[in-house]
Structure formats: C-alpha cells, structure tokens
Design a protein around this ligand. Structure first.
Ligand code: NIG
Ligand code: FE
Length: 428
C-alpha cells in the first residue's frame, strides 16, 4: 500500500464515514457508519489504498508532484452514494399528468386512460435516438452532481423488441461515455403496450421468446424487473416472466406492492430476488419472507411524495424484522421526477422515521448489495473502488435536515474528480 503511487489524497476530513463492517447492514447495524474523526483517504488510480486517521495516513503515504490533494476543510466524506432504482432513459416529461394528479386524478386512472407509462412508450418509439441519449445524459449530469456515483438504470419505455433493445443500448452507451456507472436492468414487463391491450399473455410470450434471448445474447442487462401490480402483471404472470429471466442467468428485481398488497414481496422472496422495490403495501408475511430470504427492500419514498399519497412504506417495521433496507429516487418521468438522492433521505427521515445514519447505510452498502456490487462499492477501505464524496457539512446529520439543496461539494468517481460544485459546477 505504501509502495503504490498515490494519485489522490483527501485530507483534513472532519467525519470520515467508511461504512466498514457488515454488508448488508440489517437491524441496529444500520446505524454503524465506521466513522473516523479527523481522517484522510489515499487513492491510487481507481482504488482506495488507505483510509484512517489523518496524521497516520499522511505519515504513511508518499505524495509526488502529480498527486491531487483535496483539503476537506473538516467536512463530511462518505462513499459515493448508489441509486439502485432509476428509469433515466426517456425524452418526454409528463408534467401534465403531475398537474392532473394535483387536481384529483389518480396515477392508475391516468394510466388506464392511456397516459402514464404508455404515453412515455409512444414518445420513446418516435423520438430520434440522439435526442433520447442527449436528454438522458443531462439527467446523469444532475445525478452525479448530487453525490451519486453509481445507478441502476432500467429499460421499460420501449416495450417492443426493437425499442427495448435500443433503450438498453443507450444505457450501455451512456455507461461507456459518462463518469457515472450504470448497472442495466431489462424491464420489458413494465406495462402491457397499446398493441397488446387485453393480450398480456401474448405480450409475455414476446418478452420471453424474443426480447429476453436478445438481451442476454448481447449482454445488455444484469437484472430483469417487472411491474407486479393489480391491472398490470399479476403474480402468476410475474412468476412466468421472472422464471424465464432467472433461467437465462439474470438477477431478479420487482416493482412490488406499490399501490396494492398483491404479494410481490412474497414472490420476490420465493424466487430469490436480489431486491423488491416500493413495498408501500407490503404485508407482515411479505416482510418476514423478505427478511428470511435476505431480499433487499429498495424503498422509494419520493414516489409516494410525488404521487401526493400519504401512506409510506413501513420502513421501521422492515428494519426491526431484519430486512436489509435501501433507498432510491425511482427517477422517472411519471411517479417521481428527481435526480436528488439526498432529498429522498430527507423524505425518508420525515415520513419513514429513518435516521441519517440508517439512510447513509441504505444508499451505500445496502444499495451496493441491491445491484450485486457489495464486494467493490459502498465502503471506503483499501481495495474498494475510489468513489468518494466530500459534502458541504461538518456533521452527517445535516444530510436529512438541510433539505432540498444539493449538499455535495466534490464527487470523486474511480479516483478522478468528476464534479466540483464549489468551484466550477460539473467538471468532467
Ligand atoms: O417505479 N411503478 C412503475 N414504474 C415506475 C413509474 C413509471 C412511470 O410512471 O413512467 C415507478 O413508479
Ligand atoms: Fe420504478
């Protein structure tokens, strides 16, 4: 470690949150941050080589004229946040639906009338690829500017073989050309498209027999996801889609129990899913099944907030039952249009009673597990990827408290400064 050339040093850190300890965090361990006061982190290339007491790190590592030194000025430093559930690839936004909801329509009423996901699908299919890519890239700029260094990114606005593949190819292109890392998920079963209305089973045949083999052959996704919901895909249909994906080698994720208690959480546990997401209406049986199977609960309180609903996922009950809990923006044009993961932490605090420490665990180690990156991401310790954020705060408990702002100061991605909000805005 002392021999490797230090390319970046972050010193004079007031609170260095390393997240060293159990992966994932469950129960009371969610509060454990591996906090070092007066710390420093040394990086070589894209890896962390040393993290610990400021004086010890400074005495141990040798710097040369090329080493970039960041004085944290007593600020808080954490691992780069991970957003494990996003739908960032779309062109048209849906502010008219937001307004309709304010005026009394429900999300499902709008969807049943042909709006919602199907409106985004019609738009995506007719928009030039470069336009979709450019708009999506701007979203990634905003995501990383808020201290997020890796996201999971879903397809699901194509819903035809050609258009789903194109969406996944755009995710790949963005991953290759943007500092943010994108972990791709195939969401062909996001909704039944216009041309298959009333023929959901036929659409599932298309997913399983045509889309999935192509997705797998071209290595376009690591996960398969589905909207398991009343009026979309029922439990039996969800099992059929996800069994095919599992047999093809993909990890499983579910949009489960978001609007009704359909039993998606139990199905996710039964099928050995990596995560089940939303879970506003999860039952006690669902909670117990997820805890037993170790399925990560990705909670999306920004969605409940932006839908104008008042009932939030029972985070405290899940934490007490030993479910590994994570948090995400659900960034999408319909139910939650935000790139601001720190804001989600404020909503989680106020509406789900999650403390700052619990939420930091949720968006670091537990989010890493939710995207199968528990080995390499989510912690500041030797050997881990150097994804690190310096925040505009001296006490990590400011994170939920100072709400609605962008609290990120410097974002380091794979050992390089990708964003410097204090100086120049986005610098990558
Ligand atoms: O996670 N619930 C289903 N899918 C998204 C919403 C997608 C949309 O409305 O465009 C969600 O909330
Ligand atoms: Fe979603």
């Amino acid at each position: 470690m002392a021999d490797s050339k230090v390319t970046l040093l972050i010193e004079n850190i007031g609170q260095l949150i390393t997240m060293t300890g159990s992966v994932p965090r469950i129960g009371p361990d969610l509060k454990e941050l591996g906090l070092i006061e007066n710390g420093a982190v040394a990086v070589s290339g894209d890896r962390i080589v040393m993290a610990g007491d400021n004086d010890i790190v400074r005495q141990t590592v040798s710097l040369d004229k090329d080493t970039i030194v960041i004085d944290a000025d007593r600020a808080v430093v954490t691992p780069g946040f991970i957003d494990p559930h996003t739908h960032p690839v779309f062109a048209m936004t849906r502010q008219m639906e937001f307004e309709m909801r304010i005026l009394g329509k429900t999300y499902m009423e709008i969807a049943e009338a042909g709006g919602g996901i199907r409106a985004s699908v019609r738009d995506l299919r007719t928009t030039p690829r470069e336009v979709i890519t450019a708009k999506s890239r701007e979203r990634l700029d905003r995501i990383i500017a808020h201290g997020v260094t890796t996201i999971e990114a879903k397809s699901g606005y194509g819903l035809s073989t050609e258009s789903e593949i194109q969406q996944l190819e755009i995710i790949r292109e963005l991953n290759d050309s943007h500092p943010l890392d994108l972990v791709p998920t195939f969401l062909g079963a996001h909704e039944v498209p216009d041309e298959y209305r009333g023929k959901a089973d036929e659409y599932i045949e298309l997913i399983n027999n045509e889309m999935l083999p192509l997705v797998v052959k071209n290595k376009l996704a690591e996960f398969s996801d589905i909207f398991t919901e009343k009026g979309v895909f029922d439990i039996e249909q969800s099992r059929r889609v996800q069994q095919a994906a599992k047999d093809a080698g993909l990890g499983l994720k579910f949009h489960a129990d978001e609007l009704t208690p359909l039993g998606g959480a139990e199905l996710a546990a039964e099928m050995g899913a990596v995560s089940a997401d939303h879970l506003v209406y999860i039952t006690d049986d669902g909670i117990n099944a997820m805890a037993k199977a170790g399925v990560v609960a990705v909670l999306l309180p920004g969605t409940t907030f932006a839908l104008g609903h008042t009932e939030y996922a029972p985070a405290r009950k899940m934490i007490e039952a030993g479910v590994p809990v994570s948090l995400s923006t659900d960034c999408n044009p319909g139910s939650s249009y935000t790139e601001n993961l720190p804001l989600i932490i404020s909503i989680a605090a106020l509406r789900m009673k999650m403390t700052a420490a619990e939420s930091i665990s949720a968006v670091t180690v537990n989010a890493a597990v939710a995207i199968n990156r528990g080995d390499s991401l989510g912690q500041i310790q030797p050997g881990k990827q150097a994804d690190i954020v310096v925040w505009n705060m001296e006490d990590y408990r400011e994170l939920p408290y100072h709400y609605g702002v962008n609290p990120a100061r410097v974002v380091v991605k794979r050992g390089k400064v990708a964003v410097n909000n204090r100086l120049t805005g986005i610098v990558h």
